[in-house]
Write a protein that binds this ligand. Sequence first.
Ligand code: ATP
Ligand code: MG
Length: 391
Amino acid sequence: MKEIILCKYGEIALKGLNKSTFESMMMKSIRRRLKKIGEMKITKSQSTVYVEPLDESIDVDEVVDRLSKIFGIIKLCRCCVVEKTMEAILNDCIEYIRDEMESARTFKVDAKRSDKKFPYKSPDICNELGGKILQEFPHLSVDVHKPDVIVTVEVREQNAFIHAGKLDGAGGIPVGSSGKAMLLLSGGIDSPVAGYMMAKRGAVIDAVHFEAPPYTSDRARMKVEKLAKIITNYCGDIAFYCVPFTEIQETLRDKCPEELFTILMRRLMMEIAQRLAEKNGAQALVTGESLGQVASQTMYAMVCTDAACRLPVFRPCIGLDKTEIIETARKIDTFETSILPYEDCCTVFTPRHPKTRPTLEAVEKAQALYDWEPMIQKALEQTTVQMIRLD
Ligand code: ATP
Ligand code: MG
């Protein structure tokens, strides 16, 4: 049976004069994501995008799955397309809606008629189809206030669309509508979630990863590349920068007070990340930090880190518990990869007693003991970049 998917907008519908800019960004994401699946007709009208597979062989489950990861879409309706006659409306959709109807106890029919020439008015369609459904599924009863399932019939110019129930979309606003951010991406659980959350609010994501070979392995880097790949499902293509950080870390270990190692390392990471951001048009930094999670994420430590930053640092996980971050990581499918046990540059040379209440004065004094600029320059020169693309 021929199917069509209706994508309903969320917040975009409220964007007033800017609405069309948001719409075109979302249309671009939709086209990009469906390009490889096959030929499709994609149109929009009245805060809905219509996606119509034109080829029988297209896997509609796959289309729905991809659409469910596009920010800006709040609900998806997978509909069957039937001929625009009352007879077809009554007979052709019954098999299509069978699963939903069998697992429900109550329902109602909702009819919309954008073709006013159709000889039956909306209440007539509701009555007729409601009667037919009651006859086919005698266990059901009608509840117009709080039904388990709403069967919707839309009579349009060419055909009628019928669906029973909506699926949740990804919500948020379209990627590209809120500028570009540089995500500090480790191999952990939190930073991929942070990237996802910023993309959900419309940011284009670039990612930077610090590695410390030979203390960290190729496998550790490949794991981070894989995480970046997984989040492209939501964020779209990601420019991925990989910075060699060994020399800076060894120098920190040899020359600086041990209890300030982590905080100084984080300041130097931020310095490099913001130079990459500035050079590549990103307006902010993003990390996966959560308040109080570890010594470097106390408010005192973050004050010292932020003092090294010219760009704003966004920390979308700041108020989330680990269990909440994990819940999102599972939802976006990064969790199983994040927990693979490879070392991260943050976990080599970790001090035994990191300061949880560093003062900015002590931190700046320790950092000033050494000229980091040549090492920063060298790390930047040796930074590699690759485009991680959405399949
Ligand atoms: P995650 O689970 O994302 O690794 P975490 O709880 O392990 O976070 P930290 O290791 O303290 O926390 O790192 C805090 C944040 O610093 C990370 O969320 C990430 O944004 C950034 N970060 C840490 N290590 C790296 C790295 N090797 N490369 C890039 N960013 C990093
Ligand atoms: Mg980590």
